[in-house]
Every structure is written in structure tokens, then in C-alpha cells.
Design a protein around this ligand. Structure first.
Ligand code: HEC
Ligand code: HEC
Length: 358
């Protein structure tokens, strides 16, 4: 082998904050409701968008900069210039713009990197460098050993709502989509030991709230901290070319009722560590739980396992009884879990019996 092998690469360096990110921080520091709303919508027009959109350099997490010992994945510029590197780059492109690069299998307006931030690099947003070395892994959720391919399939099925995609389901086993994504994760995790749980894996822990999470308080938290980017209606914002800049949190183009993020505890942990964007830790523990309850009590595409006449009541008993979520409850007069009439519910064969979440 004459080309550079990943393990021969120079030690990775800490990326510098990008211009766009610095500006977003500055804007957010301005404070004041009205200013934020105005500048927030300007952010879409003036390119103050996340790095996946602008192609700017990834930003190190605050935690990584303070010497906390978190793993720093290798810099993109060190992807080798050979066929392996081409697969890594294709995987990265799928991860960051899934609807374009894995078009046939995406049934909503999300990309992998919307929940696994900074192209899957950011600690406490279930980073791919922490995930790759711990698979195959037994998951009590679907009571089987999951390969990395199984796990990615789970995120396509639920988080990416593959039932509403052009093909009607997630990529079939053996698809190059899995091959390239795994090449990307493998490259990103180089140097980490196999099978060892890393600090920064998953969404991290969040303390229990002092009070029961409240949708009403969550609504206030949302208006003050989230609506500026995700929209007052939670449906996200697109730029003038129709490109999604801020992803939808609920509604027909967001994650479905089988996704991990529909669980209030998972969303609360994600939010506390990652949102508002570039200000992780801004919300108190209580606020994170309250706003998670608010988001996850809105309608979204139905659970793809709910086929063949399975009612919301059946599905509640079968899959949702132990979940910290609103599935099957009637909120503001709407029974949650019925999905949207227009969506394709016919074809989700690969999803049947699979509860791998994600
Ligand atoms: C709506 C948010 C969302 C989107 C979009 C999403 N995921 Fe996930 N993903 C999750 C959640 C939630 C988990 C579970 C996190 C945990 O275990 O704490 C997860 C877990 C994973 C894991 C396992 C992580 C681990 O540490 O075991 C992998 C791998 C993964 N996702 C890949 C993907 C890929 C690839 C895509 C795009 C095709 C994607 N995800 C899209 C929310 C999402
Ligand atoms: C400065 C803009 C901004 C603010 C403010 C903000 N977000 Fe986000 N949020 C984003 C972006 C951008 C992403 C996607 C991340 C990426 O692709 O890098 C995201 C992703 C998310 C996701 C996962 C993707 C999805 O659509 O479900 C959730 C959940 C979320 N944000 C919740 C919140 C909550 C709750 C708040 C308020 C406490 C908030 N956000 C405030 C910009 C923002």
C-alpha cells in the first residue's frame, strides 16, 4: 500500500472556531427578544448557518477546549487521498446532507448531522467516533446483537422517517449507503480502543427535574430560546433556495413516533447539552425537561411499526408503555400517534418487528 493509511496520519489538531460560529455567538450575546428575532432570521440570509451548510471548519466543543480529556476526532483535511478516502468522503456527505446524498431513503427534512452535531463529531450529541468502536452491541430494545448497519438502519427508519421516502423504507442491507457511512465512522474513530465506552458518548446524562416536566412552562422556554431559529411553529426554516437551514422539531417533516428523540428524557439530555445552538448548558435542568415535553407533545409522522391495522392503543401497549413520552395521549384535542394522512404508510417492510430506535 503506497497511499497514506489512516493510522499513519499526523496527530489531529484542535479546530478553531469558524467565522460563522463566532458571529452567531456574538449575535446571541446581544440578547433582547426583538433583536434576537430580527437577527435570527437574518442569520439565514447572511450565511450564519451551521457548518454543514456553509462547509466551514468544524468547531471544537467547549468541553474539548478546556482539556477535559474528550477525544478529538481527526481533521477532515487528513482524509486519505485514495479509494478508502473516497468512501469516507461519500459517507461524510451522506451524513451531512442525507436528503440529497441518500435521497431514496429519506422521508423527512432532516440530516443525520442535525442530531449528531458537527458532522457527527460533537461530544454529547451521540458522536460517531464514540459509537463505532462499541458495535456490534446487544440492545435490549430489539433483543438482539446490533451491527453498526442495524443501528444506522434504525436511525433511517425512525429518525429519518424512511417510510415516507421515495423507496418507502431504509437502505436494504448491503447498500453502499451503509458501507460509506461506516467507512466515515471508522476513519473518525481511529486510535480509540475497541469496546470501551468513551466520555462524550450518547447524549450524556441529565439530572431528574425537580418538578414534573410542564408543557406550559416549556412553551415559554421555547418562545424565548428556540423559536428564533426553529420558527414559532417549530417547523424549522429554509433559505430562499429551499435548503433546510434550521430543522423542524415536529410536524410532518420531522422525526417519527418511533425515533429516540420522541422520548422526553432523550430530548431533554440532547437539548441540555446542545441547544440553543452554540450555547449548550444555557438552559437549567428544569427548562430542558420542560421544553423537551413541549416539543415531544406535538404531532409527527406515525410509528412505522404501526402497520396492518395496529391501532395507537395497540402500539402504546406494545412499544410505548415504558417510554417517557406523549404517544397515545390526547393533547389540545389531538390524539398523538395517528401521523399525517398524506404520508406513505403502506411500505415499511424492513421496519416490521425492529425497534432499534434512533
Ligand atoms: C432526530 C434525531 C436523529 C437523527 C436525524 C439521526 N439520529 Fe442517530 N440517534 C438519535 C438518537 C436519539 C440516538 C440514541 C442516542 C443515545 O443512545 O443516547 C441515535 C443513535 C445513533 C447511533 C448509535 C450511537 C451510539 O452511541 O450507540 C448511530 C450510529 C446513529 N444514530 C446514526 C445515525 C445516522 C447514520 C443518521 C442519518 C441516517 C442518524 N443517526 C440520524 C437521533 C437521531
Ligand atoms: C441559533 C439557532 C438555534 C437555536 C436558538 C436553537 N436551535 Fe436547535 N438546532 C439548530 C440547528 C442549526 C440544528 C441542527 C444542527 C446542525 O445541523 O448542526 C438544531 C437541532 C435541534 C434538534 C435536533 C434536530 C431536530 O430537528 O429535531 C432539536 C431537538 C433542537 N435543535 C431543539 C432546540 C431547542 C429545544 C432549542 C431551544 C432551547 C433550540 N433548538 C434552539 C439551531 C438552533
Amino acid at each position: 500500500m503506497t497511499s497514506k493509511h489512516p493510522t499513519d496520519l499526523p496527530p489531529s489538531h484542535t479546530p478553531k472556531p469558524s467565522r460563522g460560529q463566532t458571529t452567531i455567538r456574538a449575535i446571541l450575546a446581544v440578547g433582547g427578544g426583538l433583536t434576537l428575532v430580527v437577527l435570527g432570521s437574518l442569520a439565514v440570509d447572511y450565511g450564519l448557518a451551521p457548518s454543514w451548510l456553509t462547509g466551514q471548519k468544524p468547531v471544537a466543543t467547549a468541553a474539548a477546549e478546556d482539556g477535559s480529556g474528550l477525544f478529538t476526532p481527526p481533521d477532515e483535511s487528513t482524509i486519505p487521498d485514495d479509494q478508502f478516502g473516497q468512501s469516507v468522503r461519500r459517507g461524510m456527505a451522506i451524513f451531512n446532507d442525507t436528503g440529497t446524498n441518500a435521497h431514496d431513503f429519506v422521508g423527512n427534512d432532516l440530516s443525520c448531522s442535525n442530531c449528531h452535531l458537527d458532522a457527527g463529531r460533537q461530544a454529547y450529541s451521540a458522536p460517531m467516533w464514540a459509537a463505532y468502536p462499541v458495535y456490534p452491541k446487544y440492545r435490549s430494545k430489539n433483543k438482539m446483537v446490533n451491527t453498526m448497519e442495524d443501528r444506522i438502519k434504525g436511525c433511517f427508519t425512525y429518525s429519518m422517517n424512511a417510510q415516507g421516502s421515495p423507496s418507502g423504507g431504509p437502505p436494504p442491507y448491503g447498500s453502499d449507503v451503509y458501507r460509506d457511512l461506516q467507512a466515515y465512522f471508522f476513519w473518525m474513530s481511529q486510535g480509540l480502543p475497541i469496546g470501551k465506552k468513551q466520555e462524550g458518548a450518547g447524549f450524556g446524562k441529565i439530572d431528574k427535574p425537580a418538578q414534573e416536566p410542564s408543557r406550559e412552562r416549556g412553551k415559554e422556554v421555547f418562545a424565548a430560546n428556540c423559536a428564533v431559529c426553529h420558527g414559532a411553529d417549530g417547523l424549522g426554516q429554509k433559505d430562499r433556495n429551499g435548503k433546510q437551514v434550521f430543522p423542524p422539531l415536529w410536524g410532518p417533516h420531522s422525526y417519527n413516533w418511533g425515533a429516540g428523540m420522541h422520548k422526553v428524557d432523550a430530548a431533554a439530555a440532547f437539548i441540555q447539552h446542545n441547544m440553543p445552538l452554540s450555547q449548550p448548558g444555557k438552559l437549567s435542568t428544569q427548562e430542558a425537561w420542560d421544553v423537551a415535553a413541549f416539543i415531544d407533545s406535538h404531532p409527527r409522522p406515525n410509528d412505522p411499526r404501526q402497520v396492518g391495522g395496529i391501532t395507537v392503543e395497540d402500539a402504546l401497549k406494545k412499544w410505548h408503555h415504558s417510554h417517557d413520552g406523549f404517544y397515545g395521549q390526547t393533547i389540545d384535542g389531538v390524539l398523538l400517534g395517528t401521523g399525517f394522512p398524506a404520508e406513505n404508510q403502506a411500505a415499511a417492510p424492513a421496519a416490521a418487528g425492529d425497534s432499534s430506535g434512533g
